[in-house]
Design a protein around this ligand. Structure first.
Ligand code: G3I
Length: 341
């Protein structure tokens, strides 16, 4: 008996997991018991994204999200909503009128407000924190040229936070993005948060997605961002944590030569060990900054669930999480718990 991961870190930060419909429905008993035992926060991997919850203008699909919220409540978890305004998994109609013409900024703002008020409002007092805006900034700095940005300019970000706050003033509101360890991107996000703060727009946290490699980036880069964001007076959350273990460019893999299943005989011990060491090195960093880190969320429960099986090409067999395809714990889980003893 290993003990519980989230209990082990209870005094430092919450430990979360991304969930899908198949898990919150309770149809996989192994999943249900591992989630209840090891995690005290939940994030919906897909079911609250615009295309899922609001597929057509007049149609909301709340069943999966209702199920998610009641599953998380039943298990006494901190409940995250993901995500209100993003350029992915948002239907094309959102940006068009009935004739297929690009919406005016006024009408798009109205539509964004309606969506946010309806979704946040429905779970007022139940969903504890929202990823309000996701991935608005480019790796090299500057704003992503998404339809949101093209039609509304940078101001769409402030508006999204305002609308979310108006719909549930007690929910925490976050900006969430990947590669925030990169210097230029970090600086752009700092600028953005300072602009919001200067206008008194409520923002309680920055979610640092952590789709990381076995070796890259160095923890020192991640640490620089944790420190810089902490200085803004917002909570820092490590969101979307997973570690891609498949051979990378340094090991000779190129975009064209990405093998689907380089470890078809099973994950070699040496790689399993690297995965453990990488998780331990990261958790040591998170512990060091636990006064500022509020939550660490894994992007999935077990390897079979991971989006990395479909990225950067579909049909791969990756091993990025703490549990294998049969729901067995990996050595990394024990190592993370042991780190607390
Ligand atoms: O639901 C449909 C299904 O009906 C269809 O038959 C099937 C065929 O492709 O696709 C299913 O949709 C998939 C969806 O996940 C639900 O499983 C999409 O193809 C697939 O693209 C989508 O991937 C998700 C991805 O976001 C899309 O952008 C991943 O599961 C999810 O892990 C990933 O999560 C994002 C975060 O939200 C934001 N940060 C990056 C992160 C990783 O990309």
């Amino acid at each position: 008996n290993l003990g519980s991961l989230s209990k082990a870190y209870e005094k430092e930060f919450k430990v979360g997991v991304a969930l899908n419909t198949s898990q919150v429905s309770g149809e996989i008993p192994e999943a249900t018991s591992l989630i209840a035992k090891h995690f005290n926060s939940a994030t919906p991997e897909n079911l609250l994204k615009w295309e899922s919850v609001h597929p057509r203008e007049e149609e909301y699909n709340f069943d999966p999200a209702d199920q998610y919220v009641s599953f998380a409540e039943k298990n006494d978890m901190f409940i995250v909503g993901h995500t209100l305004v993003w350029h992915n998994q948002v239907p094309g109609w959102v940006f068009e009128d009935k004739k297929g013409n690009t919406l005016s900024s006024d009408r798009l703002l109205q539509r964004m407000k309606e969506h946010i008020s309806t979704v946040v409002g429905r779970y007022k007092g139940q969903i504890d924190g929202w990823d309000v805006v996701n991935e608005a900034v480019l790796d090299q700095g500057g704003m992503r040229g998404s339809p949101w940005y093209k039609i509304l300019g940078t101001d769409y970000i402030a508006k999204a936070f305002e609308y979310a706050h108006a719909a549930d003033s007690s929910a925490e509101l976050y900006y969430n993005d990947y590669n925030l360890w990169k210097t230029e991107k970090r600086q752009e996000v700092i600028r953005l948060v300072k602009q919001l703060q200067a206008k008194d727009i409520p923002i309680q946290g920055i979610g640092m997605q952590a789709h990381l490699g076995l070796r890259h980036p160095p923890v020192s880069k991640v640490e620089e961002s944790i420190e810089a964001f902490s200085k803004l007076g917002v909570k820092v959350m490590i969101t979307e944590l997973d570690i891609d273990v498949l051979p990378d460019e340094e090991e000779g893999a190129t975009a064209n030569s990405l093998e689907l299943n380089p470890y078809s005989e099973g994950l070699p011990d040496s790689v399993q060990q690297k995965l453990t060491e990488r998780y331990v090195e990261l958790f040591k960093l998170f512990k060091k900054h636990s006064t500022n880190i509020d939550r660490v969320t894994f992007w999935g429960l077990n390897d079979g669930q991971s989006w990395l099986n479909n990225f950067p090409v579909a049909g791969r067999t990756n091993y990025p999480l703490l549990f294998d395809r049969e729901y067995n714990p990996k050595p990394a889980l024990k190592a993370l718990i042991d780190l607390q003893h």
